[in-house]
Write a protein that binds this ligand. Structure first.
Ligand code: AMP
Ligand code: TRP
Length: 359
């Protein structure tokens, strides 16, 4: 039985304030996956404009942030020669497939998306239509390459479930046509063997940093849009700023527990231990083995020193790369050209499957 070629795809929005959650939850894991996989990493500029212009900052900000996110990918160790790095809007096939998916996905599916509810807030009538169909474009980003694995933070889980629902409905709605054209990959679905055009993509989520929380409130996600800069560690923060933010991080007054169970109902302590674990490539058990029984007055300086040691070289490399925007632009152009070839191959098949006449 044939299977889908393993392929990794992921993306980050160029919306500013790239933070430790983006790095530990996503980008750093992309770097690890490069060893044994073909990978495509994308700056999703079309997703960035789904909120109000006042939120994403307008054209100059978008250009600046697109280059900055690219610099962060490269500084973190993404290899744009062996793999593909590009900005989404260059490859028109993403929006083309998104239209087909707008016609596959059901209103009821999108109505369940919690990210839409969070971002639209109370005034849902005033949210853009783009924000509503954001998950369909995300599914298109992934499936236009027939990607099999998507490394992201925990907050994207629901979007990836929707991506699978879309793939499955497309495969079923067009199953006869897919077989007739010989475009299917034989896959097992329960007892049946079905001929699928799109894979059911697997999320790659996990580890101690799958969901980093705000440093000011352990019940809120660390986020680019939190008005308090003290709530997050930005990738471009200097050593003093990182230390200050960790020193000021909210905690309770108890010493650290010796077992992971003891972190229950202590969201701030849990978060800081998780950050330490992720930065040392270990787990919370190991961190508590070393720091259990210690006060935050001991743990925080150790965490600050570690964070500075791990993040400073990345910030320095981001600054070095950003000093040469011509280089960054060339990386995106080259990646866009290579991505377009792959995306067009899928889209030619999709047009044939759906019944769109083409040459
Ligand atoms: P975004 O900034 O929304 O484009 O997110 C880019 C990537 O970072 C996605 O894979 C997110 O799941 C991940 N991410 C964002 N915030 C966090 C967080 N607080 N903890 C862990 N991962 C995160
Ligand atoms: N929605 C993702 C986020 O907010 C960004 C994204 C867009 C993405 N397209 C994607 C992530 C495709 C993974 C795969 O983080």
């Amino acid at each position: 039985m044939s299977t889908f070629e393993p392929l990794v795809f992921s993306g980050v929005q160029p919306t500013g304030n790239l933070h430790l959650g983006n790095y530990l939850g996503a980008i750093r894991r992309w770097v690890a996956l490069q060893e044994n996989n073909n990978c495509i990493y994308c700056v999703v500029d079309q997703h960035a404009i789904t909120q109000a212009v006042s939120v994403w900052g307008g054209p100059s900000e978008l250009l600046r942030n697109t280059r900055e996110v690219t610099a962060a990918f490269l500084a973190a160790g993404v290899d744009p020669k062996k793999h593909i790095v590009f900005n989404q809007s260059r490859v028109r096939q993403h929006s083309e497939l998104a239209w087909v998916f707008n016609c596959i996905a059901r209103m009821g599916w999108l109505n369940r998306m919690t990210q839409f509810k969070d971002k639209a807030g109370k005034d849902r009538e005033n949210a853009s239509v783009g924000l509503y169909v954001y998950p369909n474009l995300m599914a298109a980003d992934i499936l236009v390459y027939r990607a099999t694995h998507v490394p992201v933070g925990e907050d994207q889980k629901q979007h990836l479930e929707l991506t699978r629902d879309i793939a499955q409905k497309f495969n079923t709605d067009f199953s006869d046509r897919i077989s007739e054209l010989g475009l299917g990959v034989e896959t097992q679905s329960g007892h049946e063997t079905i001929s699928s055009f799109f894979p059911l993509t697997e999320p790659v989520i996990g580890g101690p940093a799958a969901r980093l929380m705000s440093l000011r409130d352990g019940t809120k996600k660390m986020s680019k849009s939190d008005p308090s800069d003290l709530s997050r560690i930005n990738l471009i923060d200097d050593a003093d700023t990182i230390s200050k933010k960790i020193r000021k991080a909210k905690t309770d007054s108890d010493p650290l527990p010796s077992e992971v169970d003891g972190l229950k109902d202590r969201p701030e302590a849990d978060n800081l231990v998780g950050i330490y674990a992720a930065l040392t490539d270990s787990d919370k058990e190991t961190v508590l083995h070393n720091f259990g029984g210690q006060q935050f007055s001991v743990f925080k300086p150790a965490l600050a020193e570690l964070a500075v040691e791990k993040l400073s070289p990345i910030a320095a490399e981001m600054r070095r790369i950003s000093a040469d925007p011509g280089f960054v632009d060339a990386v995106l152009k080259d990646g866009g050209e290579r991505a377009s070839i792959l995306a067009e191959k899928t889209m030619r098949n999709v047009r044939d499957i759906v019944g769109f006449l083409q040459d």
